[in-house]
Design a protein around this ligand. Structure first.
Ligand code: PGA
Length: 253
């Protein structure tokens, strides 16, 4: 079933205590609400917060994500955190291929593909990010760029594993800038992404895939984005650190 997903990406923000406070507020808001089975709330938190946030939230309503995982299984990789370690903290999801990882930490398409395979091996659900830079959009190569990111990530992934995947389209020029893609720009790319998935896995799988939009989503613009046919939710950075704003976004879907 294609799910509507609102995922938070706290990035490298909050100390564990502050993170638990945010998680508590969202948990409290959801406590007396019936969440439809096709609606998921995911909190993407720093590694240091995983266990505490997992312990704070009602797991039937809120799932927890790490924001990255190692491409390696285990061993002498100082400072790395494996997918198995993340899973053992009670997290169910992992964000993979975020543009900040690609830009600052050398996450190439090859590394991202290895991280995806670690996520699948350890029964985590990946939230795979793709998106073009401003320059690429201005040069009119944005569709090609996103297609290449998708093909290189999934060409070796079988259908069973792909069906565990959530896609997040995050144009780099919209991340943390306050500039949001218009609903038309986002919808145009989302349908393109769905068609790329259909070429790899067929229309049935593509129809069931949740494709989130990310990039300066807030309480004011969420609804117009989520109303688009192929936008199944959002990956939310800055606004996810403000519980009231994040709740507005949850209410917009
Ligand atoms: P933003 O970040 O909502 O602050 O633009 C989104 C993201 O990077 O996932």
């Amino acid at each position: 079933m294609r799910k509507n997903v609102i995922a938070a990406n706290w990035k490298m923000n909050t100390l564990p205590k502050e993170g638990v406070e945010i998680a508590n507020k969202i948990n409290h808001y959801l406590a007396d609400k019936e969440l439809p089975v096709n609606k998921k709330i995911v909190l993407g938190v720093p590694y240091t917060h995983l266990i505490k946030v997992v312990d704070t939230v009602d797991y039937t309503k809120i799932a927890v994500a790490a924001q990255n995982c190692s491409q390696f299984e285990s061993g002498a990789y100082t400072g790395e955190v494996s997918a198995a370690m993340i899973k053992s903290c009670g997290a169910q999801y992992v964000i993979i291929g975020h543009s900040e990882r690609r830009q600052y930490f050398g996450d190439t398409d090859e590394v991202i593909s290895q991280k995806l395979s670690q996520a699948y091996k350890n029964a985590l659900f990946p939230i795979f990010c793709c998106g073009e830079t401003l320059r690429q959009r201005e040069e009119n190569v944005h569709f090609k760029v996103v297609e290449n990111q998708l093909v290189s990530a999934f060409i070796r992934v079988d259908r069973f594993n792909f069906e565990r995947t959530i896609i997040a389209y995050e144009p780099v020029w919209a991340i943390g800038t306050g500039v949001t893609a218009t609903p038309e720009q986002a919808q145009e790319m989302h349908i393109f992404i769905r068609n790329v998935i259909a070429k790899i896995y067929g229309h049935d799988v593509a129809d069931q895939t949740s494709i989130l939009y990310g990039g300066s989503v807030n309480g004011a613009n969420a609804k117009s984005l989520f109303e688009c046919d192929d936008i199944d939710g959002g990956l939310v950075g800055g606004a996810s650190l403000k519980p009231d704003e994040f709740i507005k976004i949850i209410e917009s879907i």
